[in-house]
Design a protein around this ligand. Structure first.
Ligand code: AGV
Ligand code: CA
Length: 311
């Protein structure tokens, strides 16, 4: 039987590519999609999501809008990316947008979808955890219907990827945007699989990957990958604040093919205040999380490119 997946994302290039790849996996069934305006603006990210579902899906999915708010907002330049994906000709050829907008806000849509699904649901989150924290407060009974949470977030390395005033650089952005939400989920009994910077650092966007997608652009889905990853800066000489990694796509690929990675269980807490807010720290008193700390890089890029060829 196919694994039931509910996907909450925040409209970045790799979030939207993740949605596309999920629609191409025959081992999973998407039960719901929602969008949180964290690393995106909501309107273009909603349109892009609905158009990706129309173009690459088989129908039957609506998309819910989050009304969650940040503690620490994302930089505007990064949030603009959703406008570029939404404008791609490949998503606008039909001139129509069919996938409906859900009536409920994302956190209630999540709760309703999980309760309405007979089997337990795997939650896939590639942005902050705010909608899950709010869903748990609004409908605590969902907890026992959640198989596990797979989240792109956190790191146990010294260096995170937040480079902001008043912060010490130890956090990963999806935790930093709303540290309390992560702490709320840590407080639950949900099983957590964390795709942390340890593994995502091993899959930067590089020029050889772009060249590979360019060579195979005769496949519509591979052309779509190439167009999307033309919008963001690759790793060339050294990593900068804006260098792009395949953070969320690795997280999504882990759901479809867990053999790509290595996992280790770590007890951890989340810092919610001060200059280290959003930092995930290993400590014996913490709760267990399964950390994806290593990936077979070549097998990962092969896997996602082969999925794209099915489009
Ligand atoms: O921290 C990684 C998360 C992922 O969910 N996001 C991007 C991915 O969607 C935030 C982020 C960190 N560095 C970034 C980010 C960058 N250089 N550009 C855009 N987003
Ligand atoms: Ca994201």
């Amino acid at each position: 039987m196919k694994e039931k997946i509910y996907f909450n994302h925040d409209g970045g290039v790799d979030d939207l590519v993740s949605l596309f790849l999920l629609l191409k996996m025959d081992t999973v069934e998407l039960t719901g999609v929602s969008v949180i305006p964290a690393d995106c603006y909501l309107e273009p990210a909603m349109f892009a999501s609905r158009k990706i579902i129309d173009r690459f899906g088989t129908g039957g999915l609506d998309v819910a809008e989050s009304n969650s708010r940040p503690k620490n907002p994302f930089p505007k330049d990064w949030r603009m990316h959703a406008f570029y994906v939404d404008a791609l000709p490949i998503l606008n050829e039909s001139g129509t947008v069919n996938a409906p907008v859900a009536e409920q806000p994302a956190h209630l849509h999540l709760a309703e979808t999980v309760l309405a699904t007979e089997e337990k649901t795997t939650l896939l989150f590639t942005g902050p955890l705010t909608d899950l924290a709010r869903a748990l407060d609004a409908a605590p009974e969902i907890e026992e219907k959640i198989e596990r949470l797979v989240w792109m977030g956190g790191t146990f390395r010294e260096a995170g990827n937040v480079h902001e005033p008043e912060h010490d650089g130890t956090a990963e952005w999806n935790v930093f945007w709303d540290p309390e939400a992560a702490a709320r989920v840590w407080d639950s009994n949900i099983k957590i699989d964390l795709v942390a910077l340890e593994s995502t650092n091993q899959v930067p966007l590089t020029l050889d990957v772009r060249e590979r997608w360019a060579k195979d652009r005769k496949y519509m889905g591979v052309d779509f990958l190439g167009q999307c990853y033309a919008m963001v800066p690759p790793l060339v000489h050294f990593s900068t604040n804006s260098t792009y990694y395949l953070w969320d796509v690795l997280t999504t690929a882990f759901v479809g093919n867990p053999d790509l990675v290595k996992v280790q269980t770590i007890n951890s807490i989340v810092h919610t205040d001060g200059p280290s807010q959003g930092r995930t720290v290993e400590t014996a008193e913490g709760r267990p999380v399964n950390v994806v700390y290593d990936v077979n890089r070549d097998a990962f890029f092969d896997y996602m490119t082969e999925l794209a060829k099915k489009a």
